[in-house]
Structure formats: C-alpha cells, structure tokens
Design a protein around this ligand. Structure first.
Ligand SMILES: C[S@@+](CC[C@H](N)C(=O)[O-])C[C@H]1O[C@@H](n2cnc3c(N)ncnc32)[C@H](O)[C@@H]1O
Length: 216
C-alpha cells in the first residue's frame, strides 16, 4: 500500500472512510482527554474529516497531516475558509485562523514544523496503515508530539476474513506500540452496524492514551 493507493482513492472519490458527520465516539468520549480550552490537537492522516469542524466549533485549534492536496482543498472549501498556502520543505502548509494542515507524507513532518500540541486524535490513521508501517508510525507520532495524550479509535475483527484498510489492531499489538509510553484505557467499544465493509463482524474501540512519563 503505497502513497499512490491513497492518491488514487481521492482522485476517484472512493472515500468510504469519510464520515459525513462528526465521529460518534469522538462526540461521546473526547471530553475524557481533558484537553485544556483552546488546546492544539493533532489529527494525523486527517483527510477532510468533519471532526475538524467539530473541534474548531468547540474552540480547539487543529493541526493535521494529510498526503492528498485534493483532500485538503476540499476540506477548506467545505469549512468555508480561504487558506494561506506556502511550501515548507517537502510539505505544503495550509493555514487559516485556528487551523494548520501539512500536506505531504507524515514521515516528513518533523517536531519543529508541527509545533506543540496538547493532544492527538487518531481516527482512521493507524488503522489505515499496513502492519510493517504501524511500528514506524507509532514511534514517529510519539516523537513529533512529545507523547501528547491520544484519543485513538481502532477496529477489532478477524483479519483472516478480509484485508484492510482499515486493519484490525488487537490490544496486544497496541500494547507493543504504545504500552511502554502510555497508560492505555479503553473508553468504549461499539459493534460496527452491518459489519465492517458489510462483510465481517467488528467492533470499534475508543482508547485514551496518557503518557506514563513525559519525555523532555
Ligand atoms: C482512512 S483515511 C482517514 C482520513 C480521516 N482520518 C478520516 O477519519 O476521515 C486515511 C488518510 O490517510 C492519508 N494518508 C495515507 N498515508 C499517509 C501518509 N504517509 N502521510 C499522510 N497522510 C497519509 C490518506 O490520503 C487518507 O486520506
């Protein structure tokens, strides 16, 4: 699964992952993260999610990373915002009041460019990545956010029945990625109505990740 896989999806409008409304688990449980008012929240692999509008409406600042420039053009258009657009290294920085989006490969986004964040909201980001990339992703995410608290949404289903994305991420795998860094608390688990891709029974889980020790 290379970058062309995602560019192709955006070009074709093949974006079943895009929810037309803010995510239900986010709305129900995000307050558990206790992000300070006006805090800056990082959405890795953000697409054009409606969750950004939901967070902005609640007074948070949002910073995202997304491969597809097409997605981000659509995001700003749907938000009704005219972005400032400038190159920063290999990334393109879209910004408006309260929002910064870096277009390009998240692995090219470094801590100084991202800037400080008070929380990470990972919906359809880790689960979008194949197994060998998830280790690299989780390490990079912890590094560039200085282990900021995370609100993380995952799926759990029998991976032998269908292929991802979205991939199933069992708790043991999450522990391998994040267990040494974060205290992980399951906040909710909900069955996926009609099954994942209409094919297999699955549950969607919301996790709160709080750093055990804050690195310098
Ligand atoms: C499953 S979608 C989820 C989008 C969004 N989080 C949502 O909830 O609608 C995954 C997104 O990650 C983007 N993506 C994939 N690999 C990426 C990478 N290496 N760097 C930045 N974005 C990436 C894709 O273009 C796609 O928009």
């Amino acid at each position: 699964m290379d970058t062309e896989f995602w560019h192709h999806k955006w070009r074709e409008g093949d974006i079943a992952f895009h929810e037309g409304a803010p995510n239900a688990l986010l709305q129900a449980h995000f307050s558990r993260l206790d992000v300070p008012a006006g805090g800056r929240i990082f959405l890795p692999l953000c697409g054009k999610t409606r969750d950004i509008a939901w967070l902005l409406e609640r007074g948070y600042q949002v910073v995202g990373a997304e491969l597809s420039q097409l997605a981000i053009e659509q995001l700003f258009s749907e938000l009704g915002l005219a972005p400032r657009v400038e190159e920063t290294g290999s990334l393109i920085h879209y910004s408006a009041a309260g929002i910064d989006i870096f277009v390009g490969d998240i692995f090219d986004l470094q801590r100084d460019t991202l800037g400080p964040v008070q929380a990470v909201y990972d919906r359809a980001a880790m689960v979008a990545l194949p197994p060998d990339t998830r280790r690299r992703y989780s390490t990079h995410l912890v590094d560039i956010t200085s282990a900021a608290p995370q609100f993380l949404i995952t799926f759990n289903y029998d991976q032998s029945l269908i292929d991802g994305p979205p991939f199933s991420i069992p708790q043991e795998e999450l522990e391998r990625h994040y267990g040494a860094i974060y205290q992980m608390t399951e906040l909710a688990r909900e069955p996926v109505t009609g099954g994942l891709k209409g094919q297999v029974e699955a549950v969607e889980l919301a996790w709160q990740l709080i750093a055990r020790l804050h690195p310098e």
